[in-house]
Design a protein around this ligand. Structure first.
Ligand code: PGU
Length: 407
């Protein structure tokens, strides 16, 4: 008799973004003729850069020839791309070995899958608020109890608040896995080197592992801020880093990411090389490698010309962020983030919950955003606006907010 994984029933709600899409669809069904401006999900909108398109097309053309055809690749990805990723890190002063780089089909699968190489009784610490995948993947695996008052039992929440600049204090208890996202989704805050050093020191002392999601690293314009945790000395012994081509190169639909699992990592019951080998074993069993076509696109994205073109895209989205933030501050709302990240983290007006603000913004302004509560209990009272959008759509959204939002 087959039985279900009952941990799924612990999940407090549906996955956040489909839930928002559903509520938006319901609103549109009830309000015929209305169009909405979508600043909800962080999904890129601008077309691929020419250098990437050429990289993809050349690979497709090659696959149509006997010489250029390739079948299954290594689950860790093609070496030139792994090397290009390692070289990218060199560019900002971090030492990453090509052999520690795994190419994947995106940061979301990696951030959900990585927990599988750790013990089932690991104590998990998450920034609160956080990208929901870190929590949900551990709930599904059974590392938490039930959800009570918006918190899962057994999970260590590290509040990120206005008071601590949206970067958490180091846990006072012993935890085993620590998820850190910088630039942060949803708060837009970027951890400083000193802040990361505090966590690296903690992790080395307690043989904990940091899972560092740097999916938005390309949005850092302030050169004093770290783009990788490996800019911190000793991080290769205690940190895994996950990143993506999604936001940097517009690959949200194309799909490509990478995960760095250094051979130098050490845990309580495994010395150097152990976690590295386990991740290789996991990927070889569950994954047949990222698409060869897409990897060629990734290689083009990391070429000097590709980096220049992608950099322009990133600047375009950061300009959107500035436009949105200026508008919100102009109507008297308090905002954070948006300077080195594509998200603006806004305080909801006094007495209005984040889901109430979602409804208010949708009904009054026809603008879709993301309620902070969807990212964890400390997200209540906040609202996320995404800077991904066509300029025309962003301008329409800000005009509507200025004219129609009743505060
Ligand atoms: N990591 C973080 C921190 C993210 O915010 C996102 C996307 C990803 C990883 C996903 O990267 P991929 O390489 O594309 O897999 N966050 C978006 C999209 C929502 C989602 O469910 O992934 C967001 O709006 O938060």
């Amino acid at each position: 008799m087959a039985r279900i994984n009952s941990n799924y029933s612990k999940l407090a709600a549906g996955y956040l973004f489909p839930e928002i899409a559903k509520r938006t669809r319901e609103f549109l069904a009830q309000n015929e003729g209305v169009t909405v401006m979508r600043l909800g999900i962080g999904d890129t909108t601008e077309h691929l850069c020419p250098t990437i398109v050429k990289g993809l097309q050349d690979e497709v053309a090659g696959l149509g020839t006997s010489d250029g055809y390739s079948g299954y690749g290594n689950s860790e990805g093609i070496d030139p791309l792994r090397q290009a990723v390692a070289d990218l890190y060199k560019g900002f002063g971090a030492e990453v070995k090509m052999s520690d780089v795994w190419i994947s089909d995106g940061a979301k699968p990696d951030s959900a899958n990585i927990q599988s190489i750790f013990s089932a009784d690991s104590v998990i610490a998450v920034q609160d608020p956080a990208y929901p995948v870190y929590v949900d993947s551990n709930v599904i695996t059974g590392r938490t109890g039930e959800s009570k008052d918006g918190c899962y039992e057994g999970l260590v929440y590290m509040p990120c608040t206005e008071e601590n600049g949206f970067f958490p204090e180091i846990p006072s208890e012993k935890v085993d896995l620590i998820y850190i996202c910088s630039p942060n989704n949803p708060t837009g805050a970027v951890a400083t080197k000193e802040q990361l050093k505090g966590f690296v020191d903690y992790a080395r002392k307690h043989k904990a592992i940091i899972i560092y999601d740097s999916a938005y690293a390309a949005f850092i314009t302030d050169d004093s801020l770290p783009r990788s945790i490996y800019e911190i000395e000793g991080a290769e012994t205690c940190a895994i880093e996950i990143n993506s081509f999604s936001k940097y190169a517009g690959f949200t639909g194309v799909r490509l990411g990478w995960c760095i699992v250094p051979a130098a990592l050490e845990v309580e019951d495994g010395g150097a090389g152990k976690l590295h080998a386990l991740w290789g074993r996991r990927q070889n069993t569950f994954f047949n490698g990222a698409s060869n076509i897409v990897q060629a696109g990734g290689l083009a994205a990391l070429s000097p010309e590709g980096q220049k073109e992608c950099g322009e895209l990133v600047s375009f989205y950061l300009e959107n962020a500035r436009i949105i933030k200026d508008c919100l501050e102009g109507v008297g709302l308090t905002c954070f983030g948006g300077d080195n990240a594509p998200y603006i983290w806004m305080k909801t007006p006094e007495g209005i919950t984040s889901w109430e603000f979602f409804d208010k913004l949708l009904t009054e302004c026809h603008v879709v955003g993301t309620p902070g509560a969807g990212f964890g209990p400390s997200g209540e009272g906040y609202f996320r606006l995404s800077a991904f959008g066509h300029r025309e759509n962003v301008l329409k959204a800000v005009e509507s907010i200025k004219s129609n939002l009743k505060l």
